[in-house]
Design a protein around this ligand. Sequence first.
Ligand code: AOF
Ligand code: ZN
Length: 339
Amino acid sequence: MENTLTQDEKYIKECFNLAKKGYGCVSPNPMVGCVVLDRFGKVVSKGYHKKYGENHAERDALLKLKNDEANGGTLYVNLEPCSHYGNTPPCVDLIIERKIARVVFSMKDPNPKVDGITKLKNSGIEVTEGVLETEAKFLNRIFIKNMTQKLPYVVLKTATTLDGKIASKNGDSKWITSEKSRKSVYEMRKEFDCIMTSSNTVIADNPAMEHKFKCILDKDNRVNSSAKILQQGRIYIATRENTPLKNGNLNVKEVLKELYKMGICSVFVECGGTLAGSLVKERLVDEIYQFIAPKILNDNDGLSCFNGNNITKISECIGLKIYEVKQFEEDLLIKSIIK
Ligand code: AOF
Ligand code: ZN
């Protein structure tokens, strides 16, 4: 694969790898990496956005160089360089000041405050955009959704038997997946700003769900104050008093909007089949993490992981794109994006 990449793609890939070093530290900002070549095509500096509020990738890379070292050189970055004053001054100004001749980037910045490309072109800098754009958009998919929709990125987790059931008809669901799978969920939760669940799940399972921020969908205030989930972390309880209803249920999109206003960029949902089905139907979910245990329940009335879509034609199925498959002991974990 590697030798079929163009020079531009090779350096942009390097930017992705640098960008990923900022994972977990830069949110709500994007992950950005930068590689600088001098006018002879030699790599003279690399940088990345390390921490929210600190230097952007381009500044990090350029400030490691002497004033004239990048003169006539090429700058690679996976996001259009910024042109606005935020926590830091505009990267384009520094790029122009350092007399870079060419800028190569993967994707335009969805932040409406940013239009770096115009300023770069107006200064006579050659600009190449769209290099490995699909990969770049995948890397910063949370940032893109936040910027374009003002909503958090939503991942829904479910755990089923091979025949797609989350529980038998009498509600028995302990334990479909292996201990190792369940432990991996504790780690997954840490990657999200908030975990969301429903009053049904809280009442049925009384999970502790340790996390810094939890949201419970509890239309009728049914969750008891002694519930384990309330014992730790910040809690936002969405009820009919603080959230508009839609078809008699809480309007979850409105809840997500509220969460985004509170600074929540990503939400991990753990719930039963009814809520899961309606979130998918309402197109409020971006990704699904599905654990599949090698067990067959063979219960016609068992509870399905997604209920209520009533789709009768295969051609109308909700399509997903799998991007990762992992095995935990005997179970599979399939991560996919809803198309
Ligand atoms: C880049 N390179 O490394 C980053 C960029 O307020 P600030 O200074 O933190 O700026 C945040 C915005 O700047 C962010 O929303 C995005 O548009 C851009 N982030 N841009 O060229 C970087 N982190
Ligand atoms: Zn910048």
